[in-house]
Design a protein around this ligand. Sequence first.
Ligand code: PRX
Length: 650
Amino acid sequence: MADLYPVPPQAQASSPSRVTSLEAYASLCRAIAADPDAWWVAEARRRLAWADPPTRGLDGSFHDVVDSPVAWFADGRLDVTASCLDRHLATRGDKPAIVWEGDEPGTTRTLTYRELHAEVCRTANALAALGLRKGDRAILYMGMVPEAAIAMLACARLGAIHSVVFGGFSAEALRDRVLDCGAELVITQDEGRRGGRSIPLKATTDEALAGLTEVRHVLVLRHTGAEVGWQAGRDVWWHEAVAPAAPTHEGVICEAEDPLFILYTSGSTGRPKGLVHTRGGYLAWTSFTHELVFDLREDDVYACVADVGWITGHSYIVYGPLCNGATTLMFESTPLHPDPGRYWDLVERHGVTVFYTAPTAIRTLAAAGDHHVTAHDLSSLRVLGTVGEPINPEAWRWYHEVVGQGRCAVVDTWWQTETGGMMIAPLASATPTKPGSATLPLPTVQATIVDAQDRVLRGPGQGRLCLTEPWPGVARTVWGDHARYVATYFSQHPPWYFTGDGCRRDADGYHWITGRVDDVLNVSGHRIGTAEIEAALVTVDAVAEAAVVGFPHDVKGQGVMAFVVLQPGEQGGSTLEASLQQACRTGIGAHARVDRLQLVPGLPKTRSGKVMRRILRKVAEGDVSSLGDTSTLADPGVVDVILADAGLSR
Ligand code: PRX
C-alpha cells in the first residue's frame, strides 16, 4: 500500500527484548490476553517500587462499575515517588531528571535525580508543616516551572491528592475547582511567563479565593519577582518554607487504589468533572505506555511540550518518564516565541531524541515555512509524537518529512484524560504507520466500534469508539459524584466505556479517530464543552439564549461558532462582541474564544424545547445540502432566517 510508512531504520527496536515487529506486538497482545491478571501483576511488580508488592490484578469489572469502581493491584502498597525518584538514586543519581527551558531561549536549569529527590523531600516537609496530610487536596495553579513537577511529587509523597489547574484558567474556573475538591492548600507563583508575556497567577489566585476561608494556606513561588498582594497568615513564600526544610523525607505508603490526583476536564453537559486517578494502576500504565510507544532508551532526551495543567503533562512529562528514569524536558514558552523556530532550536541545543507535541502546533509551524526547521540541526531526533486531536495527513507528512527528514517514526497517540495514558498508538519500533491514523490498540486495550443501534462492527467500518475491558490507567470515578461517572461513560453502550469519539477502522485494522461525537469541542487540542461556553455567553445581559457548535478550522482543528439570540431591543456590534469574548475569558479562561458569531432571531428547537445542534453544525460547516427534515421543529421558519443570514441555501 502506497501510504504505509515502514519503521525507519533509526527507530527500529533498540534491543531484541523490545517489540521489534508487528508479529512481536501481536504476540505480546496474545500473551497478555491469555492471563491478564498474572501478566499485569508481574509487570507492575517489575516496573514499580512497592512497599508491599501486589498479588492481585484486576478486581471488579465494567459490569459492576455502577456499584463500585474497578481496582488494580488492590493489595499492593506504595509511595509512587519511590518509583519516580528514590529507586533511581543508586543507578541514575547524577542523570538529569528534569531539564527546564524557560520562556527566553537559553534560560535553562537542570535537576539531576539526586537534586530532584532532595527538592521533592524538602517540599514534602514544607507542605507537611503547612498541615497537608494523606488524603488532603492541594490545588496547583502554576506555569511550566520545575516547581510544578516538584509540588506534584511532594503531594504524592505525602499521600495527598493534587489537582493541577491549567494556568490559563480564569479566577472563576479556579474557584470552582478549589470548592469542588475541597482543597485546603493552593500552590501558585507570583507570575507565569509564556511567549514573552507575564501571567498574573497570584493575583488570579487571590481573586479566586476572595472570601473563602476553607483554603488555609497559599504557597507562593517567586518566579519573576513581580510585586504581589499578600494575605498575612494565609500566604507563605516557597523559598521561606522549602529552602530551610530537610532534604530527606520518608514517603507515606498508600494503598494502590488511593487517589493520586484529580484532574478536571470538560464534558458535554454541566460543569467540568474531576476525574480521579489512583496510584498503582495509573503509574504502571503511564510507565508501560511511555516506554513501549517511544521505545524509550537510557540516553534519550525526551521532550513533551504540553502543559502540566493537562493530562499529557501529568502522564508524559512527570509520572511516566520519571518512573522510567528518563530525562524529561519541561518547556515554559510557546512554539512561536521568539519565532517559529523555537521548538527546533530547543531540539538542537538539548539534543532531543523524542519529541511529543500537538497537531495544532504542527499545523501552525508548517504554515510558518520550512526554513524555520531547516535552519537547525535535528539529527538527534528519532521519534516524533502527536496527541490531543486528529492529525490531518498533510500535517503528518510535513512532520515526518520536514521535521523528521524521513528518518523518524511518527507516533499519533490517541487517548484521553479519562484513560490516564495512551490507548491507540503505533509502537515507534514496530508499527508501520499511515498518515492520519493512530493505528492499533496498545496491548491490553480492547477497542470496539459500535453503530448508533449499538451493534458491534466487525472488520472495516465507522462508528462510536468503546473500550470493553478495564486497563490499569482508567480513571476510577468522578470526584464526589460516582453517579455522574457512570452516567457519562457507561450508560450509552453498557457495560462498556464509551469514549465520546467517532472512529473508522480500515481493512488493515488501523484506527482513524474522526473526532468527538458528543458536545465536546477540541480547540487547538484544548477540550471545551459547548455547555460551558454557552453558560458564559448567557451571563452577558444582552443575551437571551446561546448555542455553540464547532466547525472545521485549518489551524485549531475546530473553531467555536456561537449562535446568539439577543434580548428584545438589544443590538449587535463590536461592544457586544467584546462582552461575549470577555464573558468566555472570565467564565473559563483565555483559551476559550468565540471564532464566529451569528445573531439569530431564535434557535432551532424541537417541540419539546431541545436545540437541534445538528442543524447549527451544518450551518457552521457551510454545508446545508443534507439538512434533513426540519418540519418537526417548533418554528421551522427560524431555520430559513438562519440560512439566509449565513448566505446559505439548501
Ligand atoms: O477527541 C479525542 C482527542 O482528544 C480527546 C481527549 O482530550 P483530553 O482528555 O483533553 O486529552 C487530550 C490528551 C490525551 C479525545 O476524546 N484526541 C486525543 N488524542 C487524539 C485525539 N483525537 C485524534 N487523534 C489523537 N491522537
